[in-house]
Write a protein that binds this ligand. Structure first.
Ligand SMILES: [Zn+2]
Length: 289
């Protein structure tokens, strides 16, 4: 992609799009011109995005459509199934080693109180070692947005920041040039009552919050499960810290997993559609496992 600068002297020259919006000197006459902003990606030049998850695959795959039914993007989140198995196996081996070593020490200490305490420590140590080693070996699961399912052109990527996600999980959204566009945060404790994702700028300012549509429905979903889709999870998207609803992410009532991200209430498109679409995908993929 490039931007074209037209100098008053009549010279026309092309620059890489990272020069968009910057002052550049004409190579012909030396006049300083401001390069035009690079053209926005037409895939994101809209308010409604339809998503469908591809069923029956270990990887999570989504197609993103426009309202006319044309596929505009393809999204993939690998499961790393075999690397996950290796991680669990490594965790089991390490846990067993710790267990046997501590049980041997407990046996040497005899059947008194000390031996009893050491046996208890052996079992706890085994569990802690299993969790720590499995988590360390487990691969991170990043999400990549491609132009189409040939996967030749990357459009966006969401990186899982930590392997161990205890209370909070954070993800970083980047463009294909590795520039950070936004960060997504979720808090597992809060999520238990009402699912919520916060989205902030690279500088830390809050851009938007996605919440389950109602606290009562949230609690019913925890108690009753999805009830064949009757209690399907829907989200509202609020701008910054305000209570202004600017968008919705809704699951459609069908057998397949279909979703609609509707940002049409943000009429002036103040919220970057790349960030909102990535948030929408995380509301689904980041909530299941
Ligand atoms: Zn010139």
């Amino acid at each position: 992609m490039s931007v074209t600068v037209q100098c008053p002297c009549g010279n026309t020259y092309d620059l890489k799009d990272e020069f968009g919006g910057k002052s550049v000197k004409c190579p012909n006459c030396g006049t300083v011109n401001v390069a035009p902003a690079p053209p926005a990606d037409p895939a994101f030049n809209r308010d409604k995005f339809l998503l469908r998850q591809k069923a029956m695959s270990i990887k999570e795959k989504y197609y993103v459509w426009d309202e006319g039914g044309k596929v505009i993007l393809y999204v993939e989140r690998p499961a790393h199934f075999f690397r996950g198995l290796v991680a669990v196996f490594g965790g089991l081996v390490a846990g067993m080693v710790v267990l046997l070593a501590l049980l041997a020490a407990a046996g040497a200490a005899g059947t008194g109180t000390l031996g009893g305490i050491l046996s208890l420590v052996a079992f706890l140590g085994c569990v802690v070692t299993f969790i720590a080693v499995t988590a360390t070996l487990a691969p991170k699961r990043h999400v990549t947005f491609y132009r189409d399912d040939t996967k030749r052109e990357r459009v966006l990527e969401v990186l899982q920041d930590q392997k161990l996600q205890f209370v909070t999980a954070t993800y970083t959204l980047r463009d294909p040039k590795a520039r950070v566009l936004a960060r997504f945060h979720k808090n597992y404790l809060y999520n238990f009552f009402r699912k919520q994702w916060r989205c902030s700028s690279p500088g830390g300012a809050l851009i938007a919050v996605a919440k389950e549509d109602s606290i009562i429905l949230s609690l019913l979903r925890r108690l009753l499960g999805p009830l064949f889709g009757l209690l399907r999870t829907n989200f509202i998207i609020l701008r910054g810290e305000s209570d202004t609803v600017v968008g919705e992410f809704n699951r459609k009532m069908t057998l397949l997993d279909r979703y609609v991200l509707d940002m049409s209430r943000d009429q002036r498109r103040q919220l970057d559609r790349r960030i909102m679409l990535a948030l929408g995908v995380m509301l689904d993929t980041g909530e299941r496992r």
